[in-house]
Design a protein around this ligand. Structure first.
Ligand code: PMP
Ligand code: GLN
Length: 378
């Protein structure tokens, strides 16, 4: 039978993490923290499991969690979100993205993606029988060329996917970018999928520019989030969509048959934990300190850091060290030097190699020191 995804192999995160394990390398490739989840949060999960909250959750998510999220976002973004009308709990942001794309995109449609891009957008678009149109982020400024985006819009363009703070580059979208995006979307009647999983991991006093802050844009947008990033628990796979009511209804039809519902005790525990804003407000300074520490530690090396304004990723250029393809450099670094990273070229549709690697700095001081010690010897 014909593969629906003939060009898709095992994803780079699995490949590099496995290679790191095989060679005993320090794993700064796949994005996940190496420090523990809050014991208070874990205690809440135990509490709900022991209290018998172990059967199916309601299909759109536990009401207490959706209420807590509505209250949090209404404070944060000045919105008037309602739990029932706008918020759906999903199996991580990955399901949120898949269900949203499946809801909005038809055979023959075109979807604009800014590249380098996170890896789960294009396959979901392909499974809908649609075409992804990839517009490169300007390099090394890491800014969006909106003229190029507008030039790529055709009658078939249905959706544009944006991601800020941006994986893999750490770039962020500015308020001016949002005005231009809003104008484009309204004029061309497009939909927006806004991947905001790193909403709380943003540095240097910048404010996260959620699509939800812009009422007209929000009417045409689905914003997706993940507790994995915010609470240091990437293995829990709980996320959510925020969408206008008409779209929420349709997204739930898909969600209902992709997963039906999501882990019950975790949802109750997360609802409790969200009640205290301290549990996420410290995140920007926590990760900014990690970024700054990593930059300080690698400063004496021959790697050159690009600006990282958000996420827990730092791009390092190895142009002063070697001209080899970034994929080969990443393999060599893992096997010969014991540091695993992610080659950024794999996030491009058009073959592009800027000789940069992505390093995850969501790591303990000890891990960062050990990694930097090796990087400084290369
Ligand atoms: N979008 C981006 C930009 C991500 O970095 C990730 C996680 N690496 C996801 C979506 C998926 O999130 P989750 O693990 O909650 O499915
Ligand atoms: N989002 C994580 C990263 O960018 C990996 C997620 C995955 O392994 N699928 O590294």
């Amino acid at each position: 039978f014909a593969s629906k995804l003939p060009h898709v192999g095992t994803n780079i995160f699995s490949v590099m993490s496995q290679m790191a394990q095989q060679h005993g390398a320090i794993n700064l490739s796949q994005g996940f923290p190496d420090f523990p989840v809050s014991t208070e949060l874990i205690d809440r999960i135990h509490h709900y499991m022991k209290a018998g909250f172990n059967q199916y959750a309601p299909m759109p998510g536990v009401p207490a969690l959706r209420e807590a999220l509505a209250a949090k976002m209404n404070r944060q973004y000045g919105t008037a979100l309602q739990a029932d009308a706008h918020i759906t709990i999903t199996a991580g942001a990955t399901e949120a993205i898949f269900s949203t794309i499946t809801t909005l995109v038809n055979r023959g449609d075109e979807v604009i993606i800014i590249e380098p891009s996170y890896d789960c957008y294009a396959p979901a678009i392909a499974l809908c029988g649609a075409k992804s149109v990839h517009i490169p982020l300007q390099f090394p400024e890491l800014s969006v060329d909106w003229q190029k985006v507008e030039a790529a819009i055709t009658e078939r363009t249905k959706l544009i996917i944006v991601n800020s703070p941006h994986n893999p580059t750490g770039a962020i979208i500015s308020a001016e970018d949002m005005q231009v995006l809003s104008d484009l979307v309204l004029r061309h009647k497009l939909w927006v999928l806004s991947d905001e999983v790193y909403e709380h991991i943003i540095f240097d006093g910048n404010e996260h520019q959620s699509v939800l802050r812009y009422p007209e844009l929000a009417e045409r947008s689905v914003a997706v989030y993940s507790f994995g990033k915010t609470f240091h628990a990437t293995g829990w796979k709980v996320g959510y969509t925020v969408a206008p009511e008409v779209l929420t209804r349709e997204i739930r039809k898909v969600h209902q048959f992709v997963t039906f519902s999501v882990n019950t005790p975790l949802q109750y525990a997360l609802a409790d934990y969200l009640a205290n804003p301290k549990h996420y407000e410290a995140l920007p300074s926590f990760y900014q300190a990690k970024r700054d520490r990593f930059l300080e530690l690698v400063a004496p090396s021959r790697f050159k850091a690009l600006p990282s304004s958000g996420t827990y990723f730092q791009l390092l250029s190895f142009e002063a060290i070697s001209q080899e393809p970034d994929t080969e450099m990443a393999i060599r670094l893992t096997k010969e030097f014991g540091i695993a990273s992610i080659p950024v070229s794999v996030f491009y549709h058009h073959p592009t190699d800027h000789h940069v690697l992505r390093f995850c700095f969501a790591k303990s001081e000890e891990t960062l020191q050990k990694a930097a010690e090796v990087l400084c010897k290369i």
